[in-house]
Write a protein that binds this ligand. Sequence first.
Ligand code: PLP
Length: 373
Amino acid sequence: MPKFMPVCEPLLSGNELAYVTDAVSSGWISSSGKYVGAFEEAFAAYCGAKHGIAVCNGTVALHLAMVALGVGPGDEVIIPDFTMMASALAVCYTGAIPVFADADPHTWNISPDAVAAKITSRTKVVMAMHVFGNPCDMKKLQDICDAHGAVLMEDAAEAHGASLGGRRSGSLSRIAGFSFFANKNITCGEGGMVVTDDDGLAQACRYHKNLCFPLDTPRNYMHADIGFNYRMSNIHAAIGLAQTEQGDVLKALRQKHGHLYRERLAAIPGVLLQKDQPDGENVFWMNGLVLTPEYGRSREELIAHLKAQSIDTRLFFNGMHRQPALRKYGCACDGLYPVSDMLADHGFYLSSGSGLSDEDIHRVCDVIDAFKG
Ligand SMILES: *Cc1c(COP(=O)(O)O)cnc(C)c1O
């Protein structure tokens, strides 16, 4: 039996163990240790932004960003239909209503035309999500937001270090949320960060993430607002700092793998690949593909065949309009989302961790190539 290839494994080959050991042996294991601030500073710098506010996961990073923006009941937030559920849940936590915009058939990112068709005076925020590491068309999205008085933000959970016109994700909009879940390009196991240039928003995030303890007089135990405990521990931040030190190395590995996958898969009939946003730098969080009838076998047949060769895969996300939870919450789910449906019904992704070897990638592509009908 050939070696099992998981969809994603973290690559922890820098100072992770040394920093965690330091955190534990010093006794600083809560959110008060030195690694939290050091990680925030290093990661904000990595994004080319002024502030980083560490939190315990990416979902709450998005929620906290919207709390800071003042999103609440009565507001609408336009999100991609083709995204991970966390983008929508973060909106629901504020009491606002998520409104879905279909994907672009080439980049698989939120389509600016679809956003223009859905934006109204109730739209407070438009959330761009850089799908699989491919930056969105931020210029067009910003113009649409400006024309309607909406704020553009990023769900940058899949796009650490991705750039557009020389600026990195996290600094492409007013405020951004990142995830550091174990499969992301930079990880700390479980973690997240809000990134922004805006001093006021950063302060609002720091306030709300820590139970709304007053920022200047925390020890008087008086709370003027409903806050959240979204703090990150020093142990997680220790891993995150070490990963950020390796950020460019990890990114280069993901890109090398992504380009090799593309070159091999583009030569196979019936395989449709994501197209880069012009002027954008893709960081290839996940290497996805969509099967068309020309391949001659169904997606389910191919996935089962890969599984039999010990190669793991994952289906693409199901679109937000298909989610029973969001229909129950009151979202308008009956519209047409043909691109999101096409991706959900025919797409899946392949082993994409930073630690892959070229031989691993060739093996996966050889199996896909040999199996075509
Ligand atoms: C991973 C991810 C998140 C949030 O992740 P957490 O598991 O909460 O850290 C949010 N949005 C997208 C698009 C993601 O891929």
